[in-house]
Design a protein around this ligand. Structure first.
Ligand SMILES: NC(=O)c1ccc[n+]([C@@H]2O[C@H](COP(=O)([O-])OP(=O)(O)OC[C@H]3O[C@@H](n4cnc5c(N)ncnc54)[C@H](OP(=O)(O)O)[C@@H]3O)[C@@H](O)[C@H]2O)c1
Length: 253
């Protein structure tokens, strides 16, 4: 994708990875719109980077995804890049989940991490189809390839988004719409709650690494350990998944 002169919508751009991407896109000469559920977090982002355009919306809700699409395409009809970045992570023990009373809690991970990027991609693809250059970037995870057994729904949502992204790329291959997957390893953000990802890659280094991949024109971009996991053999996947589970299973007991 070209890295300047775009109008870019980043879902969940108010914090973490989305905000680090927003900062880099702004500095490279793009117009950037960020979304999130919490207005005060969006405001904090705007105080840091006054050129950001902010919009409150909860993308786990179908009507709010449609309103976001309508608002963006009416107010910024030149929009040509969608970054499906918003996501949540829940770690839990299936034996203690009480899914009879709590399904809304678990389903939120599915609506946020799968329904939202699927729906927004399918809303924006025909709109982008008429543009000279457009890009859809889906943020998956290294866990799409090596599931983290203590976050079973999360890992499955990211595997689904990886699969969807491959299909989308094929369907749009004869068009001007490029489809890129970013698969982060653990990165030090507040994903899943403050303190859970402090062991992860430093956010700024990670974001610089991904932008290098964008500059190089890669379609699937990993960083650190996720580079290898994107192409791991099935035997190595099994070994990696078992090691990760054994190292962390006590945290959900
Ligand atoms: N950090 C990692 O280790 C890691 C690794 C692999 C993949 N990823 C992926 O990278 C993406 C960004 O994660 P992050 O680490 O930057 O997490 P984060 O710091 O928790 O940021 C998540 C962002 O998404 C927004 N968001 C969450 N639910 C939303 C909803 N229903 N509607 C609209 N916005 C919503 C949040 O704002 P509000 O809470 O205000 O809505 C926030 O802006 C996610 O897709 C995540 O799965 C992260």
């Amino acid at each position: 994708m070209k890295l300047s002169g775009n109008t870019i919508l980043i879902t969940g751009g108010s914090a973490g990875i989305g905000l680090a991407f927003a900062e880099r896109f702004i500095k490279a000469g793009n117009k950037v719109i960020i979304t999130g559920r919490r207005e005060n977090v969006l405001q904090n982002a705007k105080e840091k980077f006054p050129d950001l355009i902010t919009h409150v919306s909860d993308l786990s809700i179908e009507s709010q995804r449609i309103s976001l699409f309508d608002w963006v395409t009416e107010n910024y009809p030149e929009v040509n890049v969608l970054v499906n970045n918003a996501g949540i992570q829940q770690r839990f023990n299936v034996l203690k989940a009480d899914a009879k009373n709590n399904w809304n809690y678990f389903n939120k991970e599915i609506t946020t991490n799968i329904e939202a990027p699927f729906h927004l991609s399918i809303l924006f693809a025909p709109f982008f189809f008429t543009k000279e250059e457009a890009t859809i970037i889906n943020v998956t995870s290294g866990l799409a390839f090596t599931p983290f057994a203590i976050a079973p729904i999360y890992s499955a949502t990211k595997a689904a988004l990886h699969s969807f992204t491959m299909s989308l790329r094929h369907q749009l291959s004869d068009s001007s719409v490029e489809v890129i997957e970013v698969a982060p390893p653990a990165v030090n953000t507040d994903l899943g709650g403050a303190g859970l990802h402090t062991h992860g890659e430093p956010l700024e280094d990670f974001a610089d690494g991904i932008f290098k991949g964008l500059e190089e024109g890669k379609q699937e971009i990993g960083y650190g350990t996720s580079v290898e996991r994107l192409r791991m053999s099935r035997d190595k996947v099994d070994e990696h998944v078992e090691n990760m589970y054994n190292a962390m299973k006590n945290t959900i007991e």
